[in-house]
Design a protein around this ligand. Structure first.
Ligand code: CO
Length: 134
């Protein structure tokens, strides 16, 4: 069921500082910032040959990454995202396996304009896991 690694997301307090590190030290190719008010984050994409890295900066008062950054003030890996061919079928299978789907269990449109779901980190090796419709 699980497909390609779509991205690894790194939460950061300061997007511009993060961009400077990756662009400067690593010579990375980085997109323009994109505000995602529905998700409480501003996002940039680092394009790699085989996948993407996303930097997430809190947006608004109730950002879902605010608490994470309190615990990880230098930033840190926030989640991994895998592609699935059929997100509804994937969700139903995971629920049948006992995995917890976050939120109301319905896919939201993610940063790439495709439906996404998040799975509880306690069910996936302590790692917040996102699924994105391929
Ligand atoms: Co993501």
């Amino acid at each position: 069921m699980i497909g390609r690694l779509n991205h690894v997301a790194i939460a950061v307090k300061d997007l511009n500082a993060a961009i400077a590190v990756y662009r400067g030290a690593l010579g990375a190719e980085i997109s323009a910032p994109q505000a995602e008010p529905d998700h409480g984050v501003t996002v940039v994409f680092v394009t790699l040959p085989n996948t993407k890295i996303e930097f997430l900066e809190p947006l608004g008062d109730n950002s879902p990454i605010a608490k994470f950054l309190e615990k990880n003030p230098d930033g840190g890996i926030h989640h991994v995202c895998y592609e699935v061919d059929d997100i509804i079928a994937a969700r139903d299978r995971l629920k049948a396996e006992g995995a917890r789907v976050l939120g109301n269990g319905e896919p939201k449109i993610g940063a790439h304009g495709k439906p996404v779901l998040f799975l509880h980190p306690k069910d996936f090796l302590g790692t917040l896991t996102e699924l994105e419709q391929a």
